[in-house]
Design a protein around this ligand. Structure first.
Ligand code: NAD
Length: 438
């Protein structure tokens, strides 16, 4: 089957590469000439484990190509996926559908008859119907169907998630679109996973409901962490004890500096907006959004305490700026709240991140980038662990202490323990949801 993927970002590129690996002929189209140039040279413009090798394999096999030319790409195609960004619209929290609707307009003019237009982007309820109307209005004679196929992959484990999904969700209006979608995913069927075939609205909402639920779980344990610190409990023990209950599960119960990333912040805001527009306020989600902002602020307050009330002229090392390990994505990362506040208050900030520098250089002016965690600790009065990259999980803590001018560690991912910190002779070890060692 010939498939066109509009948008070669994290989702479009991974989906396109994986579909080509299933054996389909895939053409990825993007508006960004630099991205297409780099992809045409065979270079992956983002950091995603395993993507380079899988992409090269499928380019060589002649099943995968990249272009700026949507018209040429659509020739003979049976399905076109829209995988463009849906960022938060300024001001009101609504998902910005500009890119989706632009792509739909282009498809309307250029697609062949019989095409199935699949929305992979995360979009508010009603968008697939809007896409259908827009295409119909722009090209009355085109024969086409629409389908919703939200994506659940996680950056950093995107290929594994795409190839071994917990479920594939497909929203359709008729059997023809369902058949095409089943055919696209058929090569995966050997691995046995549920395909949830449903209506367009349910498919659209499944995505938001899933992300809002996960954001709620993370925020719940972050709030519990604050209580643990006050009452002398250990949030890791609390999370473990909770997570062993099969009804709760142990995933997304790791306390930290607040959720970030390309999806949770914007999708929770969009769901809250959908609720308001339909006069069904999403009160839990609205609270989660507020509490998460508070979590990031709480981290800053704790750092201020560790710096005796002033960041001015303090040297602070930061380990990790991406919103999680194994990605270069910094969208809405907690680092974007915490580091500018430190720099703005007069601290000298040294930052180390295995993949975050390229993106971070634009987003974090005024910091010094170093390529090694021990350099980040050099002459520092405070070292903050913000992202739990493997590179930061087995540090030689004694060596870190020797490098620092005042050995204070803020471990906001609970990678280490007070016992280890004490043994290494840190003067203070602060973590999340556990009593500080002073
Ligand atoms: P992204 O910003 O990385 O990529 C979007 C790409 O679309 C960009 O390369 C942009 O140049 C391109 N584009 C925009 N308009 C275009 C057009 N008309 N024609 C061709 N290309 C165009 O975004 P992303 O992270 O891949 O997210 C895409 C969608 O998938 C979003 O709705 C997001 O919510 C959803 N999603 C993302 C993730 C994730 O982990 N990133 C996971 C699940 C779902």
């Amino acid at each position: 089957m010939k498939i066109v993927m509009i948008g070669a970002g994290y989702v479009g590129l991974v989906s396109g590469v994986c579909f080509s690996d299933f054996g389909h002929e895939v053409v990825c189209v993007d508006k960004d000439p630099a991205k297409i140039e780099s992809l045409t040279r065979g270079e992956v413009p983002i950091y995603e484990p395993g993507l380079q090798a899988l992409m090269s394999k499928n380019i060589e096999a002649g099943r995968l190509s990249f272009t700026l030319d949507l018209k040429g790409a659509l020739e003979g195609a049976e399905a076109v996926f829209i995988a463009v960004g849906t960022p938060t619209r300024r001001g009101d929290g609504h998902a910005d559908l500009t890119y989706v609707m632009e792509a739909a307009q282009e498809v309307a003019q250029l697609a062949p008859d019989g095409i199935v237009v699949v929305t992979k982007s995360t979009v508010p309820v009603g968008t697939n119907r809007q896409v259908k109307q827009a295409i119909r209005k722009a090209n009355k004679s085109l024969e086409f169907e629409v389908a919703s196929n939200p994506e659940f992959l996680r950056e950093g484990a995107a290929i594994k998630d795409f190839m071994n999904p917990d479920r594939v969700v497909v929203g359709v209006q008729n059997t023809r679109a369902e058949e095409v979608m089943r055919e696209i995913y058929r090569p995966l069927y050997l691995r046995e996973f549920p395909v949830v075939v449903t209506d367009l609205e349910s498919a659209e909402l499944i995505k938001y409901a899933s992300n809002a639920f996960l954001a709620t779980k993370v925020t719940f344990i972050n709030e519990m962490a604050a209580l643990c610190e006050k009452v002398g409990a250990d949030v890791k023990e609390v999370a473990r004890g909770m997570g062993l209950d099969g009804r709760i599960g142990n995933k997304f119960l790791h306390a930290g500096p607040g959720y970030g990333g390309s999806c949770f912040p914007k999708d929770t805001k969009a769901l809250a907006r959908i609720g308001q527009e339909n006069a069904v306020p999403m009160q839990i989600t609205e609270t989660v959004i507020k509490v998460n902002e508070g979590v990031k602020q709480r981290m800053l307050d704790r750092l201020l305490d560790l710096c005796d009330g002033s960041f001015k002229d303090k040297t602070i090392g930061v380990l990790g700026v991406t919103f999680k390990p194994e990605t270069d994505d910094m969208r809405d990362a907690p680092a974007l709240t915490i580091i500018p506040a430190l720099v703005g208050a007069g601290a000298k900030v040294k930052v180390c991140d295995p993949e975050g520098q390229r993106e971070g250089e634009n987003l974090l002016p005024g910091v010094t980038w170093v390529d090694d965690p021990y350099k980040a600790a050099g002459s520092a009065q405070l070292l903050v662990l913000l992202t739990e990259w493997n590179e930061f999980r087995a540090l030689n803590l004694k060596k870190i202490v020797r490098k620092m001018s005042d050995p204070v560690l803020a471990d906001f991912r609970n990678v280490y323990s007070a016992k280890e910190a004490k043994k290494a002779k840190f003067s203070v070890y602060a973590s999340v949801g556990r009593v500080d060692m002073v």
